[in-house]
Design a protein around this ligand. Structure first.
Ligand SMILES: [Zn+2]
Length: 438
């Protein structure tokens, strides 16, 4: 479809990487942005959107979540990390692929409604079908209209191979969605403490063979560090780096306890690190040393983590917290600026998944993943600095129209891809069946 967004305030990135807000005309043809200025020759818009009072930003990229976990919203709160993990995993054992499908749809609804267009998911069931309840997280993401990197959280008990089935399932899911540009299949080895060394190495070699990346939880809690030093004589990050698993594109979630040596390792291997400040705070784990990561030139990205440890999937809320906590914790107001955080949630997220210049930016030739925010709201006046406004004043509820891959997924707050009442009904039913009301 050919879309024109007329005279709209637009988040523009200049050559030095800084952001500014400028009025532009955005022309979309198919799934691409074809011009930000004049209509290309012969361009006949099938849809014209009036940009008055709106702010066009690139769709936000949530670089770490577990979308099915929307079903865990407000379920296991105010618990210590390992008690929380046990509590969540004991319910997960009873979850079906259909539960993952409905939970993911609920998560996608919240993400679209708060301006996120792409997410990196770690789930517990791979798709059996392309559509419907047996399509799991990948099918739900496809149906919602979102873009997603889908990974299955691979877990193998100590001393035990991954059931080979887990790997076969991931490769099968990749086949099922091979012709869908919006769905990218990666591996998701859960963590060094839940995966054996040879399995981690096997994933890395399969990643190379199939051109797939991976996401993994690293250095999330203090106990994890203590155990790693006891067992392997080094930090979890050094341990996995020595196993040689960083040869494929990797997004490492958390990295709260990364040492200076760990940070140098991440930089050397081009590993992207996902900050999840709300989840880390909620589980009492601390904060990733993001300022040091930035100084070292490590690609920092931003994620909400799953609803089990962060009861909202709202990236505006996450950006706000990310920009504030470091200032408070380091007693230094200059660290981690609004511009930094905005890049974590957009272009850095794109870079992490090999889509630099295609996603996370509004420019000619980029994919048309655009969110129109209504900025005719008190929190955006006076409109002196709209970049600061995105990080320090916005709530996420300003997202009004969302375009992903050139398709209008939400228009004037009406979600066009998902039957929301049906999802609410199904999720209540699942929570009841799993005994989660208490
Ligand atoms: Zn996680």
């Amino acid at each position: 479809m050919k879309i024109q967004i007329k005279q709209v305030m637009t988040l523009i990135e200049n050559e030095s990487g800084d952001y500014s807000a400028e009025v532009r005309n955005i022309f979309i043809d198919g799934n691409k942005i074809v011009s930000l200025d004049q209509a290309p020759e012969g361009f006949q818009a099938e849809k014209i959107i009036d940009g008055t009072g709106k702010f066009a930003i690139p769709g936000l990229i949530n670089s770490h979540t577990h979308a099915y976990m929307s079903l865990f919203r407000n379920y296991a709160d105010d618990m210590a990390f390992w008690d929380w993990l046990n509590s969540v995993q004991s319910v997960e054992d009873y979850m079906t692929r259909a539960d993952v499908y409905w939970g993911t749809l609920l998560n996608c609804m919240e993400m679209i409604r708060t301006g996120t267009t792409c997410f990196m998911d770690m789930n517990i069931k791979s798709a059996e079908e392309k559509q419907g309840e047996e399509s799991g997280a990948a099918g739900a993401a496809l149906e919602s209209g979102m873009r997603a990197v889908i990974t299955r959280g691979l877990i193998g008990s100590v001393g035990e191979e991954y059931p080979d089935q887990q790997i076969q399932d991931v490769l099968r899911e990749r086949e099922i969605f091979a012709d869908e540009d919006r769905i990218i299949s990666w591996f998701g080895p859960h963590a060094p403490y839940s995966c054996m060394a040879d399995n981690l190495q096997r994933i890395a070699s399969l990643g190379k063979e199939y051109g797939m990346g991976q996401t993994i939880h690293l250095s999330e809690s203090e106990t994890e560090i203590e155990n790693s030093i006891k067992e392997h004589g080094c930090t979890p990050i050094k341990y996995v780096a020595d196993l040689g698993i960083f040869d494929i594109p990797t997004v490492a979630a958390h990295c709260v306890y990364a040492t200076d040596e760990d940070i140098a390792i991440m930089k050397e291997h081009n590993v992207s690190v996902a900050l999840n400040p709300k989840s880390n705070m909620k589980l009492g784990n601390g904060f990733m040393p993001a300022e040091k990561m930035l100084e070292a030139g490590v690609n920092c990205v931003l994620g909400t983590d799953g609803c089990g440890s962060n009861n909202t999937q709202n990236m505006f809320s996450e950006m706000n917290i990310a920009a504030l906590v470091y200032k408070g914790a380091n007693k230094k107001a200059q660290c981690i600026s609004a511009q930094d955080v905005l890049s974590f949630a957009t272009k850095n997220g794109a870079k992490a998944i090999g889509k630099e210049g295609e996603l996370g930016t509004i420019k000619e030739g980029a994919l048309a993943d655009i969110v129109l925010l209504n900025i005719h709201e008190p929190q955006f006046f006076p409109s002196t600095n709209l970049i600061s406004g995105l990080v320090y004043s916005a709530t996420g509820a300003e997202a009004e129209t969302v375009i992903i891959d050139g398709n209008i997924v939400m228009e004037n707050k009406i979600l066009l891809t998902i039957d929301e009442e049906k999802v609410f009904y199904q999720c209540e039913k699942i929570a009841d069946r799993l005994g989660m009301f208490h």
